[in-house]
Write a protein that binds this ligand. Sequence first.
Ligand code: FES
Ligand code: FE2
Length: 369
Amino acid sequence: MEKRSLPLAADHAANLYAHVPSAWYVLGRSKEVRPGQVVTKRLAGKDVVLFRTQSGVLSAIDPYCAHMGAHLGHGGCVKGETIECPFHAFRFDVNGKCVATGYGTPPPPRAKNTTYELCERHGQILVWHGNAGEPSWFEVPEVDTTGWMEAAFEVAPLRGHPQETSENSVDMGHLPIVHGYADIEILRELRCEPGYLSVKYAMTRPYIPGFADLGRLYAEFFIHVYGLGYSRVEVWVPEVGLRSRHMVFATPVEREQLALHMGFQFEKYKTLDRLPRALRRIPMGLFHRALLHAGMASYVHDVKQDFHIWQNKRYVHPPQLAVGDGPVGAYRRWCKQFYPSVNGPAGADVGSGGVGGSDLSNDGGAAAE
Ligand code: FES
Ligand SMILES: [Fe+2]
C-alpha cells in the first residue's frame, strides 16, 4: 500500500485569501450613524470612520488625521458639516479636506484625509473597496420597500471569505444535504454580467426545519448577487401568498474574518384570506410582527446551517465538479473580475477611491484563477 507523508502546511487558500475582492461592502445600517454621530467600522483590515454631518451628509474617512495622526474615531466629533479631530481640533469636510485648524490659523494647504466612496441602499451603508485602488465600476440598486415590513437584521462573525459565502447561491448540490431542500428546479438559468449575477430556482422545504414529515412548502427564489459583498434573494411562496426578501452581506473585516449580515423582510399582507382559518383571526399588526420574528428565525437558522462548513473548509481550486453541483464553474469564472488580473485590475482602470491597496497579505497571485 502506498504511503505518503503528511503534506507540508502549504496554504492552498492563499491565493483567494490574499485578496479582498473589489466590491461594495456593508459597514452597518444607516440608522447607526445619525446626524452628528461618529462611528468606527472595520473593513479589509483597516479602520474606517463614518460620520454624518448635521445636515445629514454621510462620509467615510481614513481615521488617521492628516495633521499629526490622531484617530478621528477616538474622540473626534461632528461640527456642522465637518469632523473635528480630538488632538488639535483641525476640521475636515466630507471630502476629507482640512478646512480649519484649532488655532484659527489657515489650514495647511495639502492637509487632506482620504475618503472612501460610499452609498446608502436599503437602509445600509455600503463602502467601496477597490482591490487595486480603482473606483467603483458597478452599482447596487435601491430596493422599493413600499408596503413592506422594515427588515430585521443580525450580524454574525464568521471565519471565511466573501467569494466562499456567495458561492452558496449557485451551489445546488448542498441544498438538499445541508438545508433539507428538495425538488430543486431551475426556473431561469444563471446570468453573469459585469458586477452582477442572477439565477432563479424553485424548491420545497419542510414547514418546520428538521420535520419533513409534517409537510413541505414550495418556494421560488430569485437570487441577485451584486459583487461578492451584497446578495439579495426575492422569495415567493404562492401557497400562503408570501413575498419575502432575504439578504446576505459578507463584509471582510480581517483576513479570513467576515461580518456576515443576515436580513429578512416581507411584503405586508393586505388580507389574511389565503392563510389557514386559525391565523385569520389574529390582528394584522400582531400577525406581521410574529411573521417577521418567525421568518427571520427560520432564515437565520438556514444560513447558520452553512456555518460549520464555511468555518472549517479550505478553498479548493479547481474544484472536482460533478453533475448535480450547479453552475459553480461559471460562478468562479464570473468571480475573476473582482481581482487584479495580469493586465491590471479587471473591470476598470486604476484610479483613486475605495479602501484600496489594503489587501490582507503580501503574497501575490490572482485569486480564482
Ligand atoms: S492630529 Fe488631528 S488636529 Fe492634530
Ligand atoms: Fe447554504
